[in-house]
Design a binder for this molecule. Sequence first.
Ligand code: 5GP
Ligand code: ZN
Length: 139
Amino acid sequence: MEGCIFCRIAKGEMPCNKIYEDDDVIAFLDINPINEGHTLVVPKKHFDKFSETDDQELEILIKAVKKIANAIKVAMNADGYNIGVNNERVAGQLVYHVHFHIIPRFDGDALENWKGKNVSSNELKQTCEEIKKVISFSY
Ligand code: 5GP
Ligand code: ZN
């Protein structure tokens, strides 16, 4: 995909701090890390976003994410990690080449986890029904 930063990194046309590579996947440090060791795991094939990525590619990717995340935890002496995918602009996606973030977490780090909303059981039930309807049509 012409002009895509992550395609260029995957092809070796742009530099990165590469921590892992195989035939399908490349993983490198995020240029603006949220925590030390923040890594992006990227398929070599271009897909704009998570929701458009082949199932087969996702299988390969998630296995690589697990292996790399566990290695990062050991290497960084982290206490845990977050794994995230931003899908579309509203969710914070800036680079339109699908990627998983691995963010090491340390006890006492200053990052705040998302807080849940208080909702009624009726609201939950209604939301549940709305989603179930769409899932039954799509799959
Ligand atoms: P998004 O917001 O799309 O989920 O995440 C894109 C991530 O890519 C951001 O965290 C950003 O810091 C990182 N990023 C953007 N451009 C580059 C780059 O050229 N090199 C590296 N290593 N990371 C980048
Ligand atoms: Zn790309």
